[in-house]
Ligand binder design. Structure first.
Ligand code: ARG
Length: 289
């Protein structure tokens, strides 16, 4: 994608961050003007690109994630299969690249970047993963495909505030290795100093823990919090949205730049042909608009 469309994208995100009342909107990974040129460069360049990238299983896009982050990714209770926004994105990506999707079992969120960096087990990690400078030192990140923010979640009617939560003895659940954990450690240092920031693997366990009183609050990505409160945890509330202005990207090994390029091209196509919008509608309806 061109520098131009990236700037346009960032401009959109800045606008969004200033209007948090709308909760979260999805970013566009590509813009029509830029990819008109690249698609006229044609099928042959796409074929050349696909010839260049490496795949751990030929013909398949092998994906890893932490499947405890619904509705972006979770495991279907009945089938045990991965489901969610990112799973649909992975299937569409594979389809746009002429590949089949190959999902591996769930792993801890903080093991995803090291696994992609080490190579050999998966081609991409797609996990509602925020693009950060730290992660970009270890792996390549695709162009952004979702805009996100953080949120503090408490029980409905709780008297807690951001200030009151920053105290010794408070327990705040987070997902291990996430930007939510980073935010909590940085902004709730008095709680953190007394082991009050509790890293968990599963965001549902964190929400249940707030419900039952094991934790005073949790910090997680706003789209996940909003979705869960709306659909399953009506006795919880977003105490405060936190405008971190995060963007999700797909992690690819630095040894496989042709794959990052092909993923970005597929993301741009999915933006243009409405695939991403359709997936957004499936999982979020009009809630995030
Ligand atoms: N966006 C946050 C981060 O990158 C949380 C992602 C958690 N994703 C997951 N599949 N558990 O740190």
């Amino acid at each position: 994608m061109s520098g131009m469309s990236r700037r346009q994208f960032l401009k959109g995100s800045a606008l969004f961050a200033s209007g948090l009342g709308t909760l979260a909107i999805f970013g566009c990974a590509g813009n029509s003007s830029s990819s008109a040129a690249s698609s006229s460069a044609s099928a042959s360049s796409a074929a050349a690109a696909s010839g260049e990238y490496k795949l751990v299983v030929p013909g398949k896009l092998t994906c890893i994630s932490n499947l405890y982050f619904p509705p972006f990714e979770s495991m279907d209770d009945k089938t045990g299969e991965p489901v969610g926004f990112d799973i649909d994105m992975s299937k569409a990506l594979a389809e746009h690249m002429g590949l089949e999707v190959n999902w591996k079992p769930s792993q801890a969120f903080d093991s995803l970047v090291p696994a992609i960096k080490a190579g050999g087990t998966a081609d991409i990690a797609i996990a509602g993963m925020t693009i950060t400078d730290e992660r970009k030192q270890e792996v390549d990140m695709s162009d952004p495909y979702v805009d996100s923010n953080q949120s503090i979640v408490t029980k409905k009617g709780s008297t807690e505030t951001k200030e009151s939560l920053n105290a010794a003895g408070k327990k705040i659940a987070v997902q291990a290795g996430t930007t939510g954990e980073d935010w909590a450690k940085e902004h709730l240092p008095a709680a953190a100093a007394k082991d009050g920031i509790v890293p968990l693997d599963d965001i549902i366990a964190a929400m249940t823990g707030v419900q039952t009183g094991s934790y005073d609050a949790l910090v997680t990505d706003l789209p996940v919090a909003s979705y869960q409160i709306k659909n399953s945890f009506s006795d919880l509330q977003v105490l405060e949205p936190i405008a971190t202005g995060e963007q999700y990207g797909i992690a690819v090994s630095k040894d496989n730049p042709a794959l990052t390029k092909a993923i970005n091209e597929a993301l741009a196509k999915m933006e243009q042909d409405g695939t991403r919008a359709q997936i957004e509608k499936t999982w979020f309806g009009s809630e995030l608009k």
